[in-house]
Design a binder for this molecule. Sequence first.
Ligand SMILES: C[S@@+](CC[C@H](N)C(=O)[O-])C[C@H]1O[C@@H](n2cnc3c(N)ncnc32)[C@H](O)[C@@H]1O
Length: 268
Amino acid sequence: MTLKVLWKKIVNKMGYLLYPLYDLFHVETAIPKPSMRIYIGGGSYVAIGLEFMNYFINIGGLKSNHKVLDMGCGIGRMALPLTGYLSKEGEYFGFDIVPKGIEWCKKNINSKFPNFHFELLDIFNKFYNPKGKLSGASFAFPYPDNFFDFAYATSLFTHLMPDDAVNYLREAHRVLKPGGVLFSTWLLFEDKNKVPSKFKMTTEVECFGYKCLIKDFRKPEALIAFDHRFISDYSDKLNLQIRKVYSGSWDGKKEYLSCQDVVIFSKK
Ligand SMILES: C[S@@+](CC[C@H](N)C(=O)[O-])C[C@H]1O[C@@H](n2cnc3c(N)ncnc32)[C@H](O)[C@@H]1O
């Protein structure tokens, strides 16, 4: 047994506590190394992926033979567990704007699961892709109309400017089949004064007549919360029906599903 194999066994037993040492010793892992996934936020990569797959299936109605769209797929946190759920008849398409995540997904997921496709798009986001050439507010998703049964966006609308968010909702509607589902997460507030101060979201920006709260005006996409009325009004305008809203724990609610608020739409 080489030292590297021995080390890997020890680290596997110790779990997440020793994760930073993976990087130090260049040990290959079945999931992206911590330094690779720093941009998608904290928490357990595996547990959060499984948590959301459970929601997609049990409250979103995802079926194993569905055509699935993952908007802002990051570094495969949601895609990886789906490789064990989608059948050969099912198909997955994920896109994102950060090269290293898409490269990892192509190398580690698409190579083993050819029905999982990943695409890098050069869309501007001041926080994630400040040199991006395309505008999220006018960008057309590279998929045909009425193509997907199920689309989702986890922790994406919390990083999109309002005009990008509206376009992404419009595009999600276009590429979904009639009756298709969009599962999305947001930070939605009813009263801006009740947003917990720990988020430091003190700057207000106007969003089509509604208020948005941002943390950092130099990089507003770092974290954005929307007035909840924005969702209900825009879903009507965009022909999306709100099927269900589940509150998140982020703003201190006692009853919640996950950390962020979950909004499940379907295409009218
Ligand atoms: C917090 S991460 C969440 C990643 C993934 N959805 C997950 O839950 O693991 C936010 C992701 O949104 C992506 N993103 C930001 N703006 C985007 C845009 N305009 N189009 C597509 N992806 C975008 C970022 O690159 C990043 O991967």
